[in-house]
Design a protein around this ligand. Structure first.
Ligand code: SAM
Ligand code: SF4
Ligand code: FES
Length: 345
């Protein structure tokens, strides 16, 4: 136990750990509170007490990929597919601005159902509103990423999901870890703030794999890291799997905070799905961002990655009020800034 406490102290002061040390932390269940408190201190010291809100617009659930864990996968015929018209997406962004969001996240399945010109128009129009834009559209060519960057996109979210090559290949038919990494490097080189992250609790994932994921975030110098438990969806090939564990997900997140002290780290929706106070626990264990949903009406339900997704029947207005109350309830404040990464080192 004292060895693990020493590892936590080392991480808190040097922000560096070996793979073996991370595995040791992940395997030990006796010092979780010390780990969470250390991550909370580092969060407070490096990124402060303000919580950045990003308004999430789930603008299409059409997807050409077949990721084995995801409800939107191509082969899931039970999903009623939708795509919002460009003007409807821009209208949602305007409403997000009215609710005082500084950033919108445009997220969808991976597809070519919008032309590059249409996406550029959407990005330019939203940028003109004075909002920061995060894209989460999956794997694209460097040229396409460049066009969106030039149109005004500021950030891009693309989780690596797992750096364990065998696990990656088994869960992503027709995709490769090499191309996923290529995308992340291209995005960095184009000047995006880059977000990545992983799923916790995938079949055959080990503590060593998770430690490798955390070291990958560090080697990429990721600006944002989104982590969450894998939650089995009954309409996917992983329906019978056990799924991820809440505490382990928070531990992976807390270690990530210790190693990347000035990164932006969201308290993710999947965490709240497993624990009704999950996002607040995450905010008190290293996270400093929340991404409330600003998608409206029936589309929320149609963007069903996994069962039990929160806020399905709530309105954007309700979620905005709800999250503000929760954040204030733990003694933190909602930021009024754009919330770009501020490097401190
Ligand atoms: N299509 C884009 C992509 O894959 O990057 C963006 C949308 S995708 C739905 C966003 C994230 O949802 C993925 O990176 C994945 O980690 C997460 N996700 C999908 N299925 C999940 C599940 N069953 N449990 C938890 N998270 C899941
Ligand atoms: Fe499509 Fe993204 Fe889901 Fe994979 S995770 S099936 S790319 S929406
Ligand atoms: Fe949607 Fe609380 S954030 S109901």
């Amino acid at each position: 136990m004292s060895k693990v406490l020493d590892i936590i102290k080392k991480a808190q002061s040097t922000h560096c750990l070996t793979k073996e040390e991370i595995v040791e932390l992940l395997n030990c269940n006796e010092c979780d509170q010390e780990l969470f408190m250390a991550a909370d201190r580092v969060r407070s010291q490096f990124v402060g007490d303000q919580v950045h809100l990003r308004g999430l617009i789930e603008f299409s659930n059409i997807c050409q990929q077949n990721c084995c864990y995801c409800g939107l996968r191509r082969d899931n015929v039970k999903v009623k597919r939708y795509k919002l018209l460009p003007n409807a997406i821009i209208e949602l962004a305007k409403k997000a601005k009215d609710y005082d969001y500084k950033t919108v996240v445009l997220q969808s399945g991976e597809s070519q159902s919008y032309t590059v010109t249409e996406m550029e128009h959407i990005i330019r129009s939203i940028k003109a509103l004075g909002l920061a834009i995060t894209l989460s559209l999956g794997e694209k060519s460097k040229e396409e990423y460049q066009k969106y960057r030039e149109a005004g996109a500021d950030r891009y979210l693309l989780r690596i999901e797992t750096t364990d090559e065998k696990v990656y290949e088994s869960l992503h038919p027709g995709m490769s870890l090499t191309n996923r990494m290529r995308c992340l490097v291209d995005l960095k080189n184009l000047g995006y703030e880059v977000g990545t992250g992983c799923l916790v609790g995938l079949p055959n994932q080990t503590m060593e794999s998770l430690a490798g994921d955390i070291l990958f975030f560090k080697s990429l110098d990721a600006d944002m890291i989104g982590l969450g438990p894998f939650i089995p969806n009954e309409d996917t090939p992983l329906a019978q799997e056990a799924g991820g564990n809440f505490t382990l997900s928070i531990k992976v997140m807390a270690i990530t905070r210790l190693l990347l002290p000035d990164a932006n780290i969201p308290a993710t929706t999947a965490m709240e799905t497993l624990n009704k106070n999950g996002r607040m626990i995450a905010l008190q264990s290293g996270a400093n961002v929340v991404m409330p949903n600003v998608t409206e009406g029936e589309y929320r339900e149609m963007y069903m990655l996994y069962p039990g997704k929160i806020c399905i029947n709530d309105t954007p207005k309700h979620c905005r009020g709800c999250i503000t109350g929760k954040i204030q309830g733990i003694g933190r404040q909602v930021s009024t800034e754009y919330g770009y990464r501020r490097r401190k080192k």
